[in-house]
Design a protein around this ligand. Structure first.
Ligand code: UD1
Length: 379
């Protein structure tokens, strides 16, 4: 059947972005459109808003659907193989960036069937339709959660994986294995697994950002809602960890840096950057094929390499918003690790990508988004 060649200019390359209306997806679509890629978004809007894509259009100057270098949107679920079939019939998809998935840790414990079904079965449906249309190039949205309690920090990509403590994390880990097995069974596959650390921040315009439904589970959106007066105070989950100030340490990364990491991954998949030496699978792994398309499974951490504590985040946000943020120390949250941050050398050396923005900048951009859109996309 073959696999689509990637050695062509961005304006002749069609990228299917699943989950493209979500937080990381929408920021990635902006970077892709800025580079001239033709973008097709499939998103069922189950945890995102079409308004995000309208704002992406306004930001990038893209207006109409269905033209080169343009953005086309389909409100469809990746579980709907027939709908996907139509998308692939209409668009010559060269490469997929696959974000679509449920992502709330606590909810995944309550709704394991929904999480495994949507995330795992959805990805299987997507890969099956894609391969039948000759597209075996895929970037997968993975997570540092696959390292579980990390054996060492900074965490390198060869740090052993540990069983995640919740179904959400399990789906990420399982899908990494499934996508690796696709390559083992058919060496035309060209897969990149991107393990994100903690994405925060927003586009500098303040027009797109993270818009969680209900009370946020993650630290940054919670802090932002306290800052804007929607919530009373931040609960700090534990101050007795073996870390400098006792609170949990994470590697926060600006969502725009993360988005650019995906664009770098596309260059790498096309053999435009890197040597492929970072790949470990099989003799063909990572070698640019004759047509300028790698084969194999590339695994990269996307982080900054710098750890920040919960209190560091609260204080950086106070500087950004100009007033104090009340907080209260609470018991530890089940399943949390003391400290995790990335080793970023592999992404630097192979993808030619490094994160640019620091924690202050992440909080400034997050504050701009939050203060201009206190109710997110709901107006
Ligand atoms: C969490 C998930 C991770 C997922 C990621 C997606 C868990 C155990 N892990 O990462 O699998 O990939 O979100 O974004 O849920 N904190 C507070 N108060 C709060 C919220 C968080 O003190 O109200 C602390 C946490 O204890 C942690 C840090 O802030 O030390 C970051 O927490 P969070 O933003 O939820 O991210 P992770 O737990 O690292």
């Amino acid at each position: 059947m073959g696999n689509r060649a990637l050695n062509k200019p961005a304006d002749q390359t069609t990228v299917l972005v699943t989950g493209g209306a979500g937080f990381i997806g929408s920021h990635t679509v902006v970077e892709l459109l800025d580079r001239g890629y033709d973008v097709v978004v499939v998103d069922d809007l189950s945890n995102s808003s079409q308004e995000a894509l309208e704002r992406v259009r306004a930001l990038t100057g893209t207006q109409a659907d269905g033209q080169r270098g343009r953005l086309t949107f389909y409100k469809e679920s990746i579980l709907d193989a027939q709908a996907l079939e139509q998308v692939f019939e209409r668009h010559p998809v060269d490469v997929i960036i696959h974000f679509a998935g449920f992502k709330a840790v606590g909810e995944s414990v309550q709704k394991p069937l929904e999480y495994y079904w949507n995330n795992v079965a959805g990805t299987l449906a997507l890969c099956d339709v894609a391969r039948r249309h000759g597209c075996k190039n895929l970037v997968f949205s993975s997570s540092a959660t696959v390292y579980g309690e990390p054996e060492f920090v900074p965490i390198t990509e060869s740090c052993p994986k540990h069983t995640p403590t919740n179904p959400y994390g399990q789906t990420k880990s399982m899908l990494e294995q499934i996508l690796t097995d696709l390559y083992v069974g058919d060496d035309e596959w060209n897969v990149v697994l991107l393990r994100y650390f903690n994405p925060i921040g927003a586009h500098v315009s303040g027009t797109i950002g993270e818009d969680p439904e209900g009370i946020p589970n993650n630290l940054l959106p919670y802090v932002a809602q306290v800052a804007v007066g929607k919530l009373e105070r931040v609960g700090v989950f534990g101050d007795d960890y073996p870390t400098p100030d006792g609170t949990g340490v994470r590697d926060y990364i600006h969502v725009v840096d993360l988005a650019r990491g995906h664009v770098a991954a596309l260059d790498w998949m096309a053999g435009r950057v890197g040597t492929g030496e970072a790949l470990g699978l099989g003799s063909l792994a990572g070698q640019p094929a004759v047509d300028g398309t790698r084969r194999g499974v590339g695994i990269f951490n996307l982080g900054t390499g710098k750890g920040s504590s919960v209190l560091d985040v609260i204080h950086a946000f106070e500087r950004a918003c100009g007033h104090e943020i009340p907080y209260q120390v609470m018991p530890r949250r089940a399943g949390d690790v003391a400290e995790n941050y990335a080793a970023c050398e592999k992404a630097r050396d192979e993808l030619g990508w490094v994160a640019e923005y620091d924690l202050d900048r992440m909080c400034e951009d997050s504050w701009r988004w939050q203060s201009q859109n206190p109710n997110g996309y709901r107006g």
